[in-house]
Design a protein around this ligand. Structure first.
Ligand code: ATP
Length: 367
């Protein structure tokens, strides 16, 4: 596999039934997940859901209690970390402080016995690739956080890995640098075609960069899907509420195929629970239309201008509170106390029976 350029075809990475506990804490609880060759897969989830542990198991820094990791079909679980073909970038401060940028990037090749001339050439090329062609002799403390992360990225790529692992690489950077680096990492990743697994707790980051996003919850996969599908067709209430902003409104199934919320009937297609009874209706703020109307049945509680959209808090009949996002140009009349008519402009993303989601099952389990 002595390919000339770095346009490697990415590897397929599979996590199979991975389990890892730290004492009583179960970090991975049977994780099944596949990253397809060349894709950028984001691991998203709340703090403690196992994202970093999954990445560390893949890198070989952590052994699973059971389950395996396959790279291109080969079980690499027994392979030591330094023999795995993975480059890794951490949140911050991972550069060697006593080495300049060039030597940081050339470190891996040096350990592998690559000649000085060759590894300097590689480092120069990679520093150029990450937009720092003139920073080779700078030490980490002479560079900004964003520049250091670019060098870390170049270093991770220096051994031409088959998999790139990024663990919250942008979260220590300020907002503007973060946005620029998001785009640059994505561009680089696409041009190299390298399979990349990106851990983040920032959903906007995950949605904007990834080919697919895997949402983890308590060490397990909730859903893995392209960003738009995750947003529009969340598979579970957890995903629905974790990704984007959501209303969770108390509703009722009258048994005629519709859903009633706050005295109104909502359009739903297909996936509603069978039968009658109490449900929770998960509907996005932008799916709720609001028009000023003195005869309307709802009242504006507050309206917050957020730029292109205005978020309106509403008091609906039956004591139901909801938020609606409107284009700001349509919200100019919506001051607190104004009567409004509320109409669903899009269907809810999920309708779930109340009993299924009432309490965390493990907390409620009798024994
Ligand atoms: P965060 O977003 O906060 O980094 P995460 O999703 O990456 O969270 P992990 O770091 O994988 O979560 O941790 C999963 C769980 O395992 C957490 O409850 C964590 O406290 C625990 N854990 C992880 N590593 C260890 C360890 N070395 N010793 C003990 N507990 C650990």
């Amino acid at each position: 596999a002595a390919s000339e350029g770095r346009a490697a075809t990415g590897a397929r990475v599979e996590f199979r039934s991975l389990r890892r506990a730290f004492g009583p804490t179960v970090a991975l609880d049977g994780l099944d997940l596949t990253a397809e060759p060349g894709e950028l897969l984001a691991l998203l989830g709340p703090s403690g859901c196992g994202k970093t542990t999954a990445l560390r198991v893949l890198a070989g820094f952590e052994q699973p209690d059971s389950g395996e990791v396959l790279v291109d079909g080969e079980d690499i679980t027994p392979v030591p970390a330094n023999r795995r073909d993975a480059g890794m970038v951490f949140q911050s401060y991972s550069l060697f402080p006593h080495l300049n940028a060039r030597d940081n990037v050339a470190f891996g090749p040096r350990m592998r016995g690559v000649s000085t001339a060759e590894r300097h050439a590689t480092a120069g090329e990679l520093l150029e690739l990450v937009g720092l062609p003139d920073h080779g002799s700078r030490f980490p403390h002479q560079m900004s956080g964003g520049q250091q992360q670019r060098v870390a990225l170049a270093r991770a790529l220096a051994l031409r890995p088959r998999v790139l692992l990024l663990d919250e690489p942008l979260s220590a950077l300020d907002a503007k640098v973060r946005l620029t680096l998001r785009e640059e990492i994505r561009r680089l990743q696409l041009s190299l075609g390298i399979t990349t697994i990106f851990v983040t707790h920032d959903q906007e980051e995950a949605l904007s960069m990834a080919d697919r996003v895997a949402v983890l919850n308590a060490g397990r996969l909730e859903q893995c899907a392209p960003p738009a599908e995750l947003y529009e067709r969340p598979a579970t209430p957890f995903v629905a509420e974790f990704v984007g902003t959501m209303n969770r409104l108390p509703g009722r199934l009258p048994g005629d195929g519709s859903v009633r919320v706050a005295g109104a009937s909502l359009p739903v297609d297909g996936d509603i629970p069978a039968g009658r009874g109490a449900v929770d209706v998960l509907i996005r703020p932008e799916s709720i239309g609001v028009t000023a109307d003195p005869e309307g049945s709802a009242t504006v509680v507050s309206a917050s201008f957020l730029g292109s959209v205005t978020r309106v808090l509403l008091d609906l009949p039956d004591g139901v509170a909801a938020k609606a996002d409107l284009p700001s140009r349509d919200a100019t009349e919506l001051a607190p106390g104004v009567r409004v008519r509320v109409t669903p402009v899009r269907r809810p993303v999920l309708v779930v029976p109340v009993r299924e989601t009432a309490a965390a099952p493990e907390a409620a389990a009798p024994g």
